[in-house]
Design a protein around this ligand. Sequence first.
Ligand SMILES: NC(=O)c1ccc[n+]([C@@H]2O[C@H](COP(=O)([O-])OP(=O)(O)OC[C@H]3O[C@@H](n4cnc5c(N)ncnc54)[C@H](OP(=O)(O)O)[C@@H]3O)[C@@H](O)[C@H]2O)c1
Length: 296
Amino acid sequence: MKILLLGSQGQVGQELLTTLPSVGEVTAWSRHDLDLSQSEQIGPAILAQQPDVIVNAAAYTAVDKAEQEPELAHQINGNAPGQLAQAAQTCGATLIHISTDYVFDGQQNQPYQPTTPTQPLGVYGQSKLAGELAIQAACDRHIILRTAWVYGAKGHGNFVKTMLRVGAERDTVKVVYDQVGCPTWSHDIAQAIAQLIPHLGPSTFGTYHFTNSGAISWYDFAMAIFEEAAALGWPLQIETVLPITTDQYPLPAKRPAYSVLGTEKLRTLLQQTPPYWRVSLRKMLQELMATDRQAS
Ligand SMILES: NC(=O)c1ccc[n+]([C@@H]2O[C@H](COP(=O)([O-])OP(=O)(O)OC[C@H]3O[C@@H](n4cnc5c(N)ncnc54)[C@H](OP(=O)(O)O)[C@@H]3O)[C@@H](O)[C@H]2O)c1
């Protein structure tokens, strides 16, 4: 099976580089190989490759910056996935595309299911929803896998890395406690995608949710990061984590207050429960420490 991976240098993309070879022959493309902002290049590049499966882990992920760059966010997250889907349809490939909890407005108090109506609050969520709709319109053979609150040892910054940096420099940090979701390790997403591929077929195409198990606030997550990192001997100055409300920490893009995703549909397909968020956090921190030790 020929798998074409897009976004190979991102948090999830780098993990897919390690999980996908168990299910197929992988060609990995970064932004340098195919720039999704260059719409005229997308179709020809895919058709020249003739993959069996396209895994799209590339995206415009700067949630706040998207408010100032809506056209670029819509091109990469909305139009480009539609063009990938058209190319997949033409060459008989299946498109596996990653989407987000930010397609929901966060007004529920029970987990969002793949069938729950969407209502994004900001440009990033709107652009990701546009990508989902464009894929559904263009290609029957698709999987849209929504995930949330992604962090990993590899790739650019994320909440865990920010907390570790701030916690090493300062004795106090303020973190919002009124946004609830589930932190998800990029490694676990990549495992789930690799496990999903052997199940691809007409009865399994559609939209799924994958996150780690559990639900917490960003404040709870920050506390856990510091506790787990301290237990591993991470050098920290932090003494106080102050819980604050979203209103006390205004950002350009509005976030959903509650964005827990119901993962039952994927759990049933894979016959497996996603790892508990804290177990995955511990493993990620261990990996980060091991990488840091090797580098120093
Ligand atoms: N991060 C989260 O909290 C989160 C939450 C829910 C869902 N998701 C979704 O999960 C997926 C993976 O996210 P992630 O956390 O791995 O994001 P990431 O680390 O920001 O990786 C995204 C990748 O997309 C690439 N990219 C950006 N613009 C591109 C362009 N014009 N052409 C080609 N590639 C481009 C980036 O390339 P460079 O390396 O060159 O910048 C980067 O490697 C995305 O679909 C995202 O929407 C993420």
